[in-house]
Design a protein around this ligand. Structure first.
Ligand code: NDP
Length: 787
């Protein structure tokens, strides 16, 4: 036995093993898990997957693999149950959610132990982080069910949600998906990951015990094929997925053109930035939590350390000292810091990525302690001598491996932080609040932690930018992902046949052809690439002008101009409002001219054409008014934390205008996007391209900075795919015909897409906050305070 003096010198903890007997008894009673469909447990005699404890290799149970027909049965049960579930009052739904929460609380230790056995995470984490957050999530959403009618009038459930979750936080991800879906009146079919199905099975028992109506929650087990059967099912209204960016893209393509609502919470390569005035000891603890929590198998892990040169040596020395003291071992020992990697295949992935890093020149540091001699363990590791181009800096390792780089200036830190295709989170350390908040504003990520890391709460949204996916989970942002928008349903207008040939054979250049309209790119009128044109006709079929016929090169030029105009996204809302008012004013001055052009092109009566112009003027003013009023929120999360939900522009947006209402539809889409700080590349109405030509002249005189608005005319089918594919376009609004190809094209960089239609003269349909909501992405910035 150690003496007191030895204990005080080494500060070693003794073993504090958790009692697994209740978990073992549960497992003994469940040698094979059963699907939970329509309120009953369903044995499946088909192939089953063995579920092992990654710390010991012991077989825990087996999980069946749901076939397509079983998924179909689950979807049918969910569909049948949904109207009745949605028909309950919010209070009644809340009561079920409270009941689930209370049972979860009562069984929290069993859940924690099973989670640690199944996943390999230390009991300290499953007991103190995962399960309390699960409980918090159900409580929070029970509250949403109660107040939804008051807070979100006119919103309704989507229907049946297909939910696919990963293995790193099995029950927590389940709660992030099921709680908001149920609160909003949806029913669900959920598949846990094949490595970690156990707590989902126990959760099904909780649903049964809570008396949840049959079919509201359905849980099916299986591997990727079962997941694909859910996300591809034709009777699913929404797919919510957490997992790798690779599978996220597959699902984006699979659901393309289906009209299914989609939210994707994907990978990350999040920066952990330490400025030279940071509290170094706290920041070292921060790194421990950022990259060694859950063995680094965390989508928002702070896996890229960026430390300012002046303190880098000292910082790394302290970090290594600290890592030497981390206890790697039995997940069920309460003094374990780092448990087991989820599976041997994941361990191999980590090992091979580290080997690749070393082959590319990285230096590997690992602590001196030896690992347990059985089970899937990997030590806390640091890779230095890496550059931004290194594979280990660019790709998610999803293990306890930190890369370390240094920077000299604030600007360099931001540049390094943003040098990634991901954008999930960032942790920023500086004792100077202005330095930390400036970095918080400039790092492109959905969640920013100032002087802290891994702060989570059900009241705040969580989700990423770029290839980290889209949509949020948690808070009102997450709830809205499970609700339909309060807008009248509008049938898409019938597409008009447009002839894209230059001049019909035999037609002569009569006086009616007054000019060739150009494009508006980078603040200048630009000729089409290859000088291609097509003829614009009056409503009576008479040629009235030539218009530019855009191609993919024109789209690329327009996108390049929009990328350069980044200053607009950083400009003040007041400035944006002023410029939009000026635009409205300038349009109003020319209202008669625009109206007569509209009458000529569309055949609208003089009064109707004037109404379209006047509504356009009003609509621009409406969004000018909103430019500085579509506020973010301060979420009510943890005590002594400010959690700011900031509405940030999406960036460069491609906008496909419909054929109808050529002026009003164009400004109804342009104005909200600009008001929120986006730069736009717009494909104008195909049959009425002259409206774009006329609007250019107004834009030119309205102080809109070059590149903020770019207008192209021509055949959408030739240009839109380039917009959808382009990696510098961050968002795509399609108000033309629904297109599976465009949705699929947007998967490349996981653009935020919105396909819709509107009744342009009706403000309930064509104007309002929902346009602003689609023009922003929410960044949650966490700032703890106190001594
Ligand atoms: P996946 O993305 O493959 O799996 C996530 C979930 O999707 C699982 O339930 C999986 O089923 C399911 N799935 C797999 N293929 C499909 C498909 N085609 N259609 C629908 N569902 C599908 O992650 P992995 O578990 O394979 O991990 C691989 C890598 O992904 C990790 O190394 C890590 O980098 C990253 N990852 C990121 C996570 C995050 O939170 N961002 C979480 C987990 C992993 P099944 O498990 O049965 O294969």
């Amino acid at each position: 036995m150690s003496t007191i003096e030895e204990i005080l010198t080494t500060m070693d903890y003794g073993k504090a093993p958790e009692d697994p007997s209740a978990a073992n008894a549960w497992l003994a009673a469940h040698p094979q898990l059963e699907h939970f469909i329509n309120g009953t447990f369903k044995a499946d005699k088909g192939e089953a997957l063995e579920v092992h404890n990654p710390a010991t290799g012991a077989l825990l149970t087996k999980a069946p693999m749901a076939s397509g027909s079983l998924v179909d049965e689950a979807v049918k049960a969910a569909r049948k149950a949904q109207p009745k579930w949605a028909g309950l009052s919010g209070h009644q739904r809340a009561k079920y959610l409270y009941a689930i929460t209370r049972i979860l609380q009562k069984r929290s230790r069993l859940f924690a132990v099973l989670e640690s056995m199944d996943n390999g995470k230390p009991i300290r984490e499953s007991r103190d982080a995962d399960i309390p957050l699960v409980i918090r999530h159900f409580y929070h959403h029970a509250g949403w069910a109660e107040i939804m009618e008051e807070e979100l009038p006119g919103h309704g459930p989507l229907g049946v949600c297909g939910q696919i979750i990963p293995w790193n936080f099995p029950l927590l991800m389940l709660s992030w998906k099921i709680a908001p879906a149920l609160a909003a009146g949806n029913t669900v079919v959920l598949k846990p990951a094949e490595f970690t199905p156990i707590t989902a099975a126990l959760f099904a028992e909780v649903c049964a015990e809570a008396g949840l109506p049959a079919g509201v929650v359905n849980i099916v087990f299986g591997a990727g094929e079962t997941g694909a059967a859910i996300s591809g099912h034709s009777d699913i209204d929404k797919v919510a997925f957490t997992g790798s960016s690779e599978v996220g893209k597959i699902i984006r393509r699979q659901t393309a053109g289906s009209g299914k609502k989609l939210s994707l919470e994907l990978g990350g390569k999040s920066p952990f930035i330490v400025f030279d005035d940071a509290d170094i000891d706290s920041a070292v603890e921060g790194v421990v939590d950022a990259i060694w929590f859950n063995q680094g198998q965390v989508c928002c892990a702070g896996s890229r350390l960026l430390v300012q040169e002046a303190v880098a040596d000292k910082f790394l020395e302290k970090l290594k000292d600290r890592a030497e003291k981390l206890v790697v071992g039995d997940p069920l020992d309460k003094s374990t810091d780092i448990g087991a990697i989820v599976d041997a295949s994941q361990l191999e992935t980590i090992q091979s990525m580290v080997t690749q890093g070393q082959a590319e020149g990285a230096t590997l540091w690992q602590p001196s302690a030896t690992l347990p001699n059985q089970g899937c363990y990997y030590p806390p590791s640091i890779l230095s001598d890496v550059s931004s181009a290194s594979t280990v800096v660019q790709q998610e390792i999803f293990g306890p491996v930190l890369t370390a780089q240094t920077f000299r200036t604030h600007a360099e830190a931001i540049q390094l932080a943003n040098n990634t295709r991901y954008g999930l989170s960032a942790s920023i350390w500086s004792e100077t609040l202005s330095v930390a908040l400036d970095a918080a504003a400039r790092v492109k990520a959905g969640v920013i932690w100032v002087n802290g890391t891994n702060m989570f709460d059900a009241a705040a949204g969580f989700g990423g930018y770029g290839e980290s996916g889209f949509g949020r989970e948690g808070g009102i942002e997450g709830l809205l992902e499970y609700l339909s928008e309060p807008a009248p349903k509008v049938k898409p207008a019938k597409p008009q046949a447009v002839d894209f040939s230059p001049l019909p054979a035999g037609a002569n250049e009569s006086d009616a052809i007054d000019r060739t309209a150009k494009f508006y790119i980078g603040g200048k009128q630009a000729r089409p690439d290859g000088a291609a044109t097509y003829t614009a006709y009056s409503a009576k079929g008479k040629p009235i002008s030539q218009a530019g016929l855009g191609n993919r090169k024109d789209v690329r030029n327009a996108v390049a101009a929009a990328v350069k105009a980044a200053g607009w996204s950083a400009s003040s809302p007041h400035l944006r409002a002023q410029i939009l008012y000026y635009l409205a004013e300038n349009l109003e001055v020319r209202r008669e001219e625009f109206a007569s052009r509209l009458s000529l092109m569309t055949g609208a009566s003089a009064a109707k054409a004037l109404e379209e112009v006047d509504t356009s003027v009003q609509r621009i003013s409406f969004y000018a008014g909103y430019a500085d009023k579509y506020d973010g929120k301060v979420h009510s999360t943890l005590t002594r934390h400010v959690t700011l939900a900031m509405n940030e522009p999406i960036g460069v947006m491609g906008i496909i205008c419909p054929d109808e209402a050529p002026l009003l539809s164009m400004v109804s889409l342009m104005a909200p996007a600009l008001a929120m700080g986006n730069r736009v590349v717009m494909l104008a109405s195909q049959p009425s391209p002259l409206m774009a030509g006329d609007l250019m002249q107004v834009l030119e005189t309205s102080d809109i900075p070059a590149g903020v608005v770019n207008l192209l005319t021509g055949d959408h089918s030739a240009m839109a795919p380039t917009l959808a594919d382009h990696d510098d376009v961050n968002g795509l609004w399609n108000f033309g015909p629904e297109s599976a190809d465009l949705d699929a094209g947007s998967a490349g960089n996981l653009k935020i897409t919105w396909t819709s239609t509107a009744d342009w003269l009706n403000p309930a349909s064509a104007q309002g906050k929902r346009y602003l909501r689609h023009a922003v992405q929410v960044k949650n910035i966490w700032v703890p305070y106190g001594e």
